[in-house]
Write a protein that binds this ligand. Structure first.
Ligand SMILES: Cc1cc2nc3c(=O)[nH]c(=O)nc-3n(C[C@H](O)[C@H](O)[C@H](O)COP(=O)(O)OP(=O)(O)OC[C@H]3O[C@@H](n4cnc5c(N)ncnc54)[C@H](O)[C@@H]3O)c2cc1C
Length: 546
């Protein structure tokens, strides 16, 4: 058995940040257990390689969610990264923080120190914004992760933006600045045509340190306790049939396995809802009703239109043109291989009367077979997706057995809340206007999906059921909340309630969904947690004008 001060389970977005920050103190020893392999595969680093990593079992847990009424009884793929960098090694590269009111909402729920003014310095600490005019109130300049603007320009994207502007949606120079609302090209964690995952930005630079040990192919199977104190982790080296190993934590065990695996590891270790654990024959060490509950995700239907008069990514991805693109990327790191899945973002309101921007849209001059993002259509196509930013529908992650290698039940209950369906419907109507706006008319051939015959609210909801997909933002399953909340799993220092020397630091602690893709917020919360764990004072809150 080996001993370290800290044992971190999972080398994903959060685990990579923690590994780096905790090992900055050379008197401290840190061990990271990662179930997946090293991140050597070239398709992790080439931006368009997401189409490969999205479906590859070597670097992806390849979960699926349970069927539900509003997915038309479909199971929906729920990919999760399984390699150094975790989901930041297979994600869509987008950098998007959310709105001020998201984090003020976290604080208003009784989570001290998590308001926007408190978290903004940690967002800044993660990033190196490589744009000269970045506003230093909001943007960082010397963090670990380079945030760049998309340089790609094409007639379809330009026409799409012009169309949005004509509909009254203003251009926004920086949706991660003072205001999120508007239309703009995306900001990405890509530099010189290569993905910068949390592993590349945080973990690999720290792996030179002698006090940091990173174990790959190390699947944590249960937590070790002495009374109420977490003292270490059991893991298997190389999978189910591999050697059983124990690693001890002198100070703390930190779970950074992500929104699916952290609650599962707690549950199979006897920490979770008593009735569930008993039904699985798991001895209850510590009853915590909220473990695995409060799951939320973004659910996005897509409109696809056939394009005329301008090339789309679809044709460039086939035959000789693809060969040309590969050569172009090899020489200049430019072209379609340097692109992420969506190129333009719009943040807008479902209704002028609502007081916040509750809709997000993404546009790309490409389209995917059956809406699944791993195979492009053979015809020239463009796609717009829309989703409700802060969903009310709540689901769960529940172990199906005590077996740590068995996938748990993932039930997001997409669109179960009437409010989500109402906002989504409004979003679909706006999306349809955006994809055939007057400036796009010269390129718009016809609507492929759902097709112009789908006009009524019922038709649109049928389309949402047929082809809606996740946008990969599972969160909330080890919710941070005050004691008074029966679903609380961690306190505002991210310590598991009722236990000692055990924290959860990953997307699962988020109390509610930020109006954003999640990676930026996970990086932020891991930076903040690192200061808590090291006993350092929090970075000074920013003074913001109202
Ligand atoms: C396909 C996809 C596209 C996305 N696109 C974007 C995007 O463009 N922009 C954005 O902001 N967000 C995006 N996201 C979401 C974002 O990347 C994730 O929310 C974020 O990376 C989650 O970070 P995490 O630290 O919570 O978990 P993860 O990064 O998933 O890390 C968890 C790590 O723990 C390891 N692990 C789990 N269980 C065990 C165990 N038992 N033992 C050992 N190791 C274990 C996993 O293998 C993994 O490496 C996307 C996600 C996916 C999956």
């Amino acid at each position: 058995m080996e001993n370290f001060d800290y044992v971190i389970v999972g080398a994903g977005s959060a685990g990579s940040v923690l590994a780096n920050r905790l090992s900055e103190d050379e008197r401290t020893t840190v061990c990271v257990l990662e179930a997946g392999p090293s991140d050597w595969h070239p398709f992790i680093h080439i931006p368009a390689g997401f189409m490969y990593t999205l479906v590859n079992p070597r670097v992806n847990w390849l979960y699926t969610s349970e069927p539900s009424a509003w997915t038309g009884g479909r199971r929906i793929a729920a990919p999760r990264g399984k390699t150094l960098g975790g989901s930041s090694s297979i994600n869509g590269h987008i950098y998007n923080r959310g709105q001020r009111l998201d984090f003020d909402g976290w604080a208003q729920r009784g989570n001290r120190g998590w308001g926007y003014a408190d978290v903004l310095p940690y967002f800044r600490r993660t990033e190196r914004r490589l744009v000269p005019e970045a506003d230093p109130t909001f943007r960082g300049s010397d963090g670990n992760l380079p945030i760049t603007d998309l340089e790609w320009r094409d007639p379809l994207c330009e026409a799409f933006i012009e169309g949005a502007v004509q509909m009254g949606i203003p251009r926004n120079r920086d949706y991660n600045g003072a205001q999120q609302a508007g239309v703009s090209y995306v900001q990405r964690i890509i530099q010189n045509g290569r993905r910068v995952s949390a592993a590349r930005g945080y973990l690999h630079p720290a792996m030179k340190r002698r006090n940091l040990t990173v174990r790959t192919h190390a699947h944590a199977t249960s937590l070790m306790f002495e009374g109420n104190r977490a003292i270490g982790v059991h893991y298997r080296k190389g999978g189910r049939d591999g050697a059983a190993v124990e690693v001890r934590a002198n100070k703390e065990v930190i779970l950074s396995g992500g929104a699916v695996n952290s609650p599962q590891l707690l549950q199979i270790s006897g920490v979770g809802p008593g009735p569930l654990l008993r039904s699985l024959g798991i001895e209850v060490k510590h009853e915590l009703a909220g473990v695995g509950e409060n799951l939320r995700d973004h659910y996005a239907p897509r409109f696809v239109a056939r394009v005329k008069g301008a090339p789309t990514i679809n044709e460039k991805s086939h035959g000789l043109r693809l060969v040309g693109e590969v050569l172009r990327y090899a020489v200049s790191r430019k072209g379609i291989l340097s692109l992420n899945p969506t190129l333009i973002y719009v943040f807008w309101k479902s209704d002028p009367a609502v007081d916040n921007y509750d809709l997000q849209f993404t546009f790309t001059p490409a389209s995917y077979k059956e809406g699944v993002q791993s195979t492009l259509d053979d015809f020239p196509g463009m796609t717009i997706a829309s989703w409700q930013q802060r969903p009310d529908s709540i689901g769960y992650v529940r172990s199906k057995s005590a077996d740590p290698f068995a996938a748990p039940t993932i039930q997001p209950n997409y669109l179960a809340a009437e409010s989500d369906r109402r906002v989504l419907l409004a979003g679909m109507k706006i999306a349809r206007k955006l994809i055939c706006s007057p400036p796009l008319q010269k390129y718009y051939d016809r609507e492929e999906f759902p097709g112009v015959q789908a006009q009524s609210d019922e038709d649109l909801m049928t389309a949402a059921k047929q082809r809606g997909t996740t946008t990969f933002h599972l969160m909330g399953t080890c919710r941070m909340a005050p004691d008074s909340d029966p679903t609380a799993v961690v306190d505002d220092q991210l310590r598991v309630r009722g236990l000692e020397s055990l924290r959860v630091v990953d997307a699962s602690i988020m109390p509610t969904m930020p109006s954003a893709n999640l990676n930026a917020s996970v990086l932020m919360l891991a930076e903040k947690a690192a200061d808590m764990i090291r006993g350092k004072p929090a970075l000074e809150a920013v003074t913001l004008k109202d």
